[in-house]
Design a protein around this ligand. Sequence first.
Ligand code: DP6
Length: 360
Amino acid sequence: MEIAAFLPKTYTHTKEQGSVTWKSPSNIALIKYWGKKDSQIPQNPSISFTLDACATTTKLSYTKKPIKSNDFSFDLIFEGKQKDDFKPKVHTFFQRIELYLPFLKEYHFTIETSNSFPHSSGIASSASGMSALALCLMSLEKELNPTMTAEFFKQKASFLSRLGSGSASRSIEGDIVVWGTHKYTEGSSDLYGIKYPYKVHDVFKNYYDTILLVDKGEKQVSSTVGHNLMHNHPFAKQRFDQAHENLTKIQSILAEGNLDKFISLVESEALTLHAMMMTSTPYFILMKPNTLEIINRIWKFRQESGTHVCFTLDAGANVHVLYPEYEKDTVYPFIQKELLNFCQKGHHICDRVGFGAKKA
Ligand code: DP6
């Protein structure tokens, strides 16, 4: 599908006012998106597990104004309180998507949003937050164009989410999503995420992700700054090529349920992401001593227990501990006993693979 497909034709219906609520999950990348071109076009394809527990719920109320205004008008309420410092992000998002939703300046919006996880947890809310808002806006567009298909609805929701935050394009559906054009993934696109179209072994159904909150502070490097570090990066081309190759490799791993190969690939992707940050100009170390301690303990325990626990990382110090559901009775007690000491106040979130956004 080309960009032009997302430009609306004339709407057949009108809508004076209403409201809609969507709950949209976060996701954790197995093959990382790191580096982008203009308009949130990724430098390489990525693949993620959609999560279940970490989610944003957004209620969008809308009232048509007597005349279209020159600027967007909206109120933002975060966890019950007016939150003006989040407004610039939403304003930029509206600017980026206005071409595709030309009714935006015709309405006054009230956006009421809350996260299932603490805001200060270091868990990025941009994927769940932007996708929840994009879905609400798509529900309004569907009121104006009721013949829109469910398939198109999801695709355009992902397309708009991407313009809010790249990884948000992977939060619409579950349980595994690919975003970014990849030669060997049919239907893949730089413009939106697609549900992973090939066979997935049962071992990956209901995979567990226990998120260890090592550092709950504000992000040291914003994603915009981080992605920009890949411009003129000495290893950029090799990294982008590697992501394509890894996406090809993961297809047989997912089909066969080969957990040893899954672990090697996923851990290598996490460390490569951090290696890119350590080798850029300027350079950053986003892992903390406790991150390394946790990684070493996971490696030791994996060897001793014969389980398939592994880790992945975002652009920060927190650790996502991944393991198959059938090993939870061995792995979770290990996490409690040995890893929670390295989290801030023992904080962690028990999550697992989920099935995408839901309308409330
Ligand atoms: C390290 O999606 O947060 O989590 O497009 O600038 O909003 P923007 O970036 P964002 O980047 C996420 C990067 C990552 C890896 C990933 O999720 O693939």
